[in-house]
Design a protein around this ligand. Structure first.
Ligand code: SF4
Length: 379
């Protein structure tokens, strides 16, 4: 059996592609022309649409982002509409995509575009880069994809493809590695073809040169691929040690009172600010989930609850956290609501919950509540 060679991270330099660059450019462009997915923003390359797609696609796969993109464009067809929308509307349109600072910055940027650029998305790279929520990657993506400017982009798909083509064995998370990729990404753009070339690299990484089981057998770049020749495909990219995962156990309550449910709005600080949620919190060491629930409700709401009953348990992952979420139904018992961890609260009917933006885990709870409504034991 052939054994994969061990990655030697001490290898001083990557071999580079030398004469292969032109061939790679041609092959990628040809492949993209034939196999690119018909994504809605590719119909006109309207800068507003490209911008929204790029922000949505940060941390989100294309197939998940597509219905969001569609809903967004129907609700907010122009930059002006984004600038004028209220925060709850944009949060609701983003509900489930996570990383909510993205959408808040997006709205700030829309307001800058309206105020400083006459509602027209700026085409100068320097102006794009100055917009809130837009860093080097997104500015390069918009400049190249919307305006066909020769600006590079380097994302996870591109890093993987380049690391394999170059047989680059160093840790790709290190700044010096990123410098290599940014430099190469700039160098490789064929004149006048930035839009298609940058997208071809992203698309190729997403569809063919995938993290697991890349399609090397059907790959037009096989002959040019350093990792394929060296037998290191499965070990690349070298991403160093994975970020530490943090496990959390959390208890939340669906508190009912006179057929209404308690929800609260998160404060304007910290993660997922401005979204609504069911109250609850972390289960401390030595505490049962029910004990944690009573404590959290008392601490955060100043009320007591009774008839606490397990309703749903689910696992939910976000950033480095993996949450074991224990959800209970409970009846309001006594006390006046005094919030310590939220900015406002409401008692709402089950049918009204869909009008509020919630984080992803809470949305799953709401779905389960709606399904359970047909069960007479609840509500
Ligand atoms: Fe990626 Fe395999 Fe093609 Fe190399 S040969 S570019 S590893 S799909």
């Amino acid at each position: 059996m052939n054994r994969m060679p061990q990655i030697k991270t001490s290898r001083p330099t990557h071999p580079g592609l030398k004469g292969d660059t032109k061939e790679i450019q041609k092959k990628l462009l040809r492949w993209f022309a034939e196999y690119q997915r018909p994504l809605p923003w590719r119909q006109t390359y309207d800068p507003y649409q490209v911008w929204i797609s790029e922000i949505m696609l940060q941390q989100t796969q294309v197939k998940i982002a597509l219905p969001y993109f569609d809903r967004w464009m129907k609700a907010l067809p122009t930059i002006h509409a984004v600038a004028q929308a209220d925060e709850q509307t944009v949060l609701k349109l983003w509900e489930g995509l996570g990383y909510y600072s993205r959408v808040r910055n997006l709205q700030k940027a829309a307001r800058v575009i309206v105020d400083e650029h006459g509602s027209v998305f700026p085409s100068r790279y320097e102006d794009i880069l100055k917009l809130p929520g837009i860093g080097k990657y997104t500015a390069g993506a918009i400049a190249s994809i919307a305006f066909n400017q020769e600006k590079p982009i380097v994302d996870g798909n591109i890093i993987r493809l380049m690391a394999r083509l170059l047989d680059y064995r160093e840790n790709t998370r290190k700044p010096e590695a990123l410098n290599v990729f940014w430099e190469k990404a700039q160098e490789w753009i064929p004149k006048g073809e930035a839009r298609n070339f940058n997208q071809s690299m992203m698309e190729f990484g997403a569809l063919l040169c995938t993290p697991k089981a890349p399609a090397c057998g059907q790959c037009p770049l096989q002959r040019n691929c350093g990792a394929f020749k060296a037998g290191t495909v499965e070990q690349l990219p070298n991403r160093g040690r994975a970020t530490e995962r943090v496990d959390l156990k959390v208890a939340v309550a669906i508190i009912q009172r006179l057929n209404k449910i308690f929800i609260q709005k998160r404060t304007a600080k910290g993660l997922m600010q401005g979204l609504w949620e069911f109250p609850g919190g972390k289960v401390e060491v030595g505490e049962s989930t029910v004990e944690a629930l009573h404590r959290e409700i008392k601490e955060e709401l100043g009320i007591t609850v009774t008839a606490v009953t397990p309703f749903l348990q689910l696992k939910h992952a976000y950033t480095k956290y993996v949450v074991d979420l224990h959800c209970f139904t409970a009846e309001y018992e006594e006390g006046e609501v005094q919030l310590t961890a939220a900015s406002e609260h409401q008692w709402v009917e089950l049918e009204e919950l869909s009008q509020f933006p919630f984080p992803a885990a809470n949305t799953k709870i709401i779905d389960a509540l709606v399904r359970a409504k047909s069960t007479p034991a609840l509500f």
